[in-house]
Design a protein around this ligand. Sequence first.
Ligand code: OSB
Ligand code: MG
Length: 371
Amino acid sequence: MSRVEAIELSLVEIPLVRPFRVSFGTSTGKQCVLARVRIDGVDGWGECVADDSFPGFSGEWNEGAWVLLRDVLGPALLAADDVTSADVEDHLRFVRGNPMAKATLVDAVLDAELRVAGRSLVSWLGADRRAVPCGVSIGIADSTDELRARVDEHLEQGYQRIKLKIMPGIDVDRVAAIRGDHPDILLSVDANAAYRPEDLDTFRALDELDLLMIEQPLHHEDLVRHAALQAEIRTPICLDESIRSAADAAAAIELGACRIINIKQGRVGGVLEAQRVHDTAAVAGVPVWCGGMLETGIGRATNLALAAMPNFTLRGDTSASARYFAEDLTDPFVLAPDGTMAVPDSPGIGIEPRPDRLETCTVRREVITAA
Ligand code: OSB
Ligand code: MG
């Protein structure tokens, strides 16, 4: 019998090395909720991937997640007689939706349990790769020249796939310029749901640029129109925002709404559901890759373990700490010159916040007690 002995929430804030602009807004800093969950005397860590200052990516954001974790989800776990990674989702199921808030606790419980067992997340997932090839996601730049410079810089660092953020009006010309500079690189685009079905001409033009995929072109709730668009273009559509669970993945695949899935464990409710999305896609022959939400080293460690699973056949947005922060919350994740990153293999997620960094970056802390 394992009880959750304590849950501590921290709101942490780390400046980004550069503002990150996407179709729905610009971030200058990373802010996230971290949960430290103590089970059998051992701490496990989970990082919430909800948005910083307003719910722009999904319906979740930090202030909402904080209240839900503090007042509802956290107390429910503290009140449960027995909590294991196998049933933590069941304890939280009475709350509908909110996968990002739930993932924070699911991942922390699993991390604690694996640390107690002395087992790494990557081995628990049955993944045997010890390093994963990495891509990078490049935000919307102020000019084409600036974008060119950023792409060159990341290619020089060794990144094996470049993803460009696009939005209506800042798309085909820019992407064509990069394709012109680099005819042979693995190149993709991500619209973060900014287009409408009427923008078909834009997609037809992008379709000529030999892209690996077009990520989340249309509204996140519109699988049917993604299927209609996929039928019109050769480039595979990849869904991100639309996939909040394995059930969503099954529906999207059956409808033909995508040929590739971006898995973000935080977006689907944690590592366990991420495994189910992986398995659902694998059975259907749909490749997946590991997305990111500008995570600190805590979320990054979790993502890297997942990215080592067999159906993660495409390079993901698992970039080095230096791509995001001058100083991470943990020891930094570093890109090897060959464009791969090592997967942590110490117990649990294999890393923890550095105490000095946690102290510096925490803007609010609260210990939750049973209701
Ligand atoms: O859509 O994939 C996305 C970052 C924040 C929110 C949404 C997205 C992204 C990224 C960056 O593309 C991924 C990363 O490097 O963490
Ligand atoms: Mg995306």
